[in-house]
Design a protein around this ligand. Structure first.
Ligand SMILES: Cc1cc2nc3c(=O)[nH]c(=O)nc-3n(C[C@H](O)[C@H](O)[C@H](O)COP(=O)(O)OP(=O)(O)OC[C@H]3O[C@@H](n4cnc5c(N)ncnc54)[C@H](O)[C@@H]3O)c2cc1C
Length: 386
């Protein structure tokens, strides 16, 4: 892996860094406090082309790849994770399934608006009774042969970007049949927002990611045309596992950004804050803490970029994506805890970015596969089964 960014990627990094500091940083605290989705910031991200980063230009994308997406996510999350997860979920979970598994007609219909950020897509896998065990899907879809429509019933929980004013669709997994042995056959189906019988609950009250949209969804005899099937019948579970493998790299980049943001804020504060007549940063205890935080952020960056480089090169990347996600989310939590400690009482005040980072870090060990699930994947890749 080449550790240096190409001139194009370095320019992207600088552009997003500037945007994060000049546009996101001054405004996001208020949105976060009000638990409000930051439409104006998301609109601007759309205008910059961020939602189209890894998609082909023919659909309005930027023609980039997962490395480009990771660079943008890392820079956004250095400042704020709610906007970063809105981008991550919009791209990796909302649009990517359509790009990877959609028919030409589905791509034509959805990708240009997803790439421009005019609409957001969501990914509905998790159910009230099954997150890690995603194969335990209970939502069903039956093909009504008279009308040639899927009839969907069930519910999903914790779905990001699913209830904003600009949400255009949610792709859901549903049981569409059984194998001769009785195992469920799971398929993915596109459900446009506003389809009768598709209800989106009020936003959850969350510990963190408070300017991001997360909702519970319910489906009661929801009818969509048969051609809304995404990919092959009965392959929905396998497709979603592929999406999650890639998504882990994106979450890892986001976690790295948060870990680095904690370093940025701590260095600044350690120089400004005085105790016992000198800056707190002149104490070796504080210096060592920050040095360790920098070490962790740096190593996390190497891990996600390695996984992304393998994905972009068409090489196997499952284990490296799980390693990167496990490591970066662990150190994001570590760094957030240490940064808060360095800020003392101010670190517990919401007006300080580290307080937001502390609240936003925990979910990184849970979403898109918990740390236990990452360990299961790594062990399996090492040949350990059972
Ligand atoms: C803010 C937020 C946004 C989210 N966005 C989305 C989204 O857009 N789309 C979507 O589909 N989902 C989304 N999720 C769901 C998320 O992916 C799940 O919460 C996560 O996968 C864990 O599933 P669970 O909550 O059902 O926990 P469970 O699967 O019930 O796990 C509970 C605990 O048991 C552990 N555990 C489970 N099985 C084992 C095992 N075999 N061995 C050891 N430990 C085990 C888990 O690691 C965890 O610690 C989101 C969640 C949150 C909180």
């Amino acid at each position: 892996m080449d550790h240096h960014l190409s001139p194009e990627l370095e320019e992207l990094r600088r552009t997003v860094e500037e945007f994060a500091h000049e546009v996101v940083a001054p405004k996001i605290g208020d949105f976060y406090e009000r638990h409000e989705f930051p439409y104006e910031i998301v609109r601007e991200m759309g205008r910059m082309g961020l939602f189209g980063l890894p998609f082909p230009e023919e659909y309005g994308g930027m023609g980039g790849d997962y490395l480009a997406l990771g660079i943008a996510l890392e820079e956004l999350a250095r400042v704020d994770s709610s906007v970063a997860i809105t981008l991550e979920a919009g791209v990796s979970l909302g649009a990517m399934p359509i790009h990877l598994f959609g028919t030409p007609a589905q791509k034509e219909e959805w990708l240009p608006r997803l790439c421009s950020g005019e609409i957001l897509g969501a990914f509905g896998l998790t159910e009230p009774d099954g997150g890690s065990d995603a194969g335990a899907t209970r939502t069903t879809a039956r093909l009504d042969e008279d009308t040639n429509e899927w009839v969907i019933n069930g519910s999903k929980c914790f779905i990001t970007n699913s209830g904003t004013d600009i949400t255009g669709l949610v792709t859901v997994t549903a049981v569409t049949g059984r194998t001769p042995e009785g195992k469920p056959l799971i398929s993915s189906i596109i459900v446009p927002s506003g389809t009768p019988g598709f209800t989106v609950a009020a936003p959850y009250s969350k510990v963190g990611w408070n300017a991001s949209d997360t909702r519970e969804l319910s489906f009661s005899d929801v009818r969509v045309p048969a051609e809304n099937l995404l990919g092959e019948l009965g392959r929905g579970y396998a497709q979603f596992l592929r999406i999650l493998d890639e998504g882990r790299i994106a979450i890892s980049a986001l976690a790295t950004g948060l870990a680095q943001g904690c370093v940025d804020e701590s260095v600044k504060y350690a120089k400004e804050r005085h105790a016992f007549g000198r800056p707190i940063g002149s104490n070796q205890a504080i210096q060592f803490k920050i040095a360790d935080m920098e070490m962790k952020a740096h190593t996390a960056r190497l891990a996600w970029r390695d996984a992304a480089s393998r994905l972009v090169a068409g090489e196997p990347f499952k284990k490296e994506a799980a390693l990167a996600k496990l490591y970066s989310s662990t150190v994001a939590v570590d760094n957030a805890r240490d940064a808060t400690q360095i800020h003392g009482g101010y670190g517990f005040m919401n007006e300080y970015p580290v307080a937001r980072m502390w609240r936003d870090s925990k979910i990184l060990e849970i979403g898109e596969g918990t740390s236990e699930v990452q360990r299961m994947l790594i062990a399996r890749e090492l040949g350990l089964v059972g």
